[in-house]
Design a protein around this ligand. Structure first.
Ligand code: GLN
Length: 174
């Protein structure tokens, strides 16, 4: 999705992999497995340094959980895992999302989390079933669904816009 939007994308598996990146996507999958992988690859300090340097992070589904305050603590929010329960394990929904235009976004939820609590600095971009499912704050964009599984690139485009303005801001400070 990022490449289709014109970005150079690479997989980050070791701490050096973050060098020179404008943004980091923490993808979906399984948050416990991802956390163990981050730990065993020694990626946490590099992710923290990336975030503290003002470079954006995009957490999707399990990646949203990994960014929350019970895990890496990159955003002032707490996610609940598998929040939609057994009846609604996987489903699709049309969401109105702040900041990407009026056209609803088709969202694919797979054993998805939702946001249980968030701080005042966190903006809710979309909600479903009464809970936030897309949020943004402190250079982190996070969504409970899988934006890479449709062909609608608007959330990735929003993330790329965040990386562009972060880069411009850093350029101006230099
Ligand atoms: N249920 C998974 C977890 O708790 C997240 C699922 C996903 O990323 N699609 O980590």
């Amino acid at each position: 999705m990022l490449r289709e939007l014109g970005a150079e994308a690479s997989e980050v598996r070791v701490p050096d992999g973050l060098d020179g990146l404008d943004g980091l996507v923490v993808p979906g999958g399984e948050s416990t497995t991802i956390s163990i992988g981050i730990e065993s690859a020694g990626l946490e300090p590099a992710i923290r340094a990336h975030h503290e340097a003002g470079r954006p992070v995009f957490g999707t589904c399990a990646g949203m959980i990994v960014c929350d305050d019970a895990h890496l603590g990159l955003i002032d929010a707490t996610a609940t895992r598998n929040a939609f329960g057994r009846q609604l394990q996987s489903f699709e929904a049309d969401l109105e999302v702040e900041g990407i235009g009026d056209e609803p976004l088709r969202a694919v939820f797979i054993r998805a989390p939702w946001i249980e609590r968030h701080g005042p600095g966190v903006e809710v971009l979309a909600s479903y079933a009464g809970h936030p499912v897309a949020i943004r704050g402190g250079g982190v964009l996070a969504c409970a669904f899988h934006p890479e599984l449709t062909d609608d690139p608007r959330l990735h485009a929003l993330f790329m816009a965040m990386t562009t303005s972060a880069r411009e801001r850093q350029g101006a400070e230099r």
